[in-house]
Design a protein. Sequence first.
Length: 197
Amino acid sequence: MAFVEPVTLRANGIALVPLSPDHEDGLRTAAADGELWTLRITSVPEPHETRGYIETALKMREEGHRFAFAVTDEASGKVLGSTSFHDILPAVKRVEIGYTWYARSVQRTHVNTTCKLLMMGHAFDTLGCHVVGWRTDNYNFASQKAIERLGAKKDGVIRGHALRRDGTIRDTVMYSMRSGEWPEAHAQLRYLQAQRA
């Protein structure tokens, strides 16, 4: 049995649905909203790479390393982006949340906070994780601020850690949250969500 089993997570009109080939057209459309693949600090697929992006995510699911979701509008079924549990370590009950991107039209809305609440709640409350982690490019300052707003703590920087899509080598900023920190972070995120409503 896999540590992360197939599940659909729902709240505030957003549904996180296990990613499948059926989401190909929707993902392509979401990525085109802002031409997100042109950002050198993200892993958003170019239009012709969308099928391969999904196939890679599904292969990683089979191997137990990643569980990808399509982020959808619950009412319309429209795909808004994607997010994943990854670097899944069942022995120490740790997952990371990443591979996250949204269509430009839903950035800076309730979508990201809702998705993170759903995923963190699932990780801590359902899977019993001791730690949830995040990682981001050292030049992705918007992502770093968003992760810090969740209540995550900066663990440090891994220098020369990964290749960017343009072939340059990035430093990776690592963050984490322990299970004991989740109740306060959860309360703060609910507060922020209420402020946006």
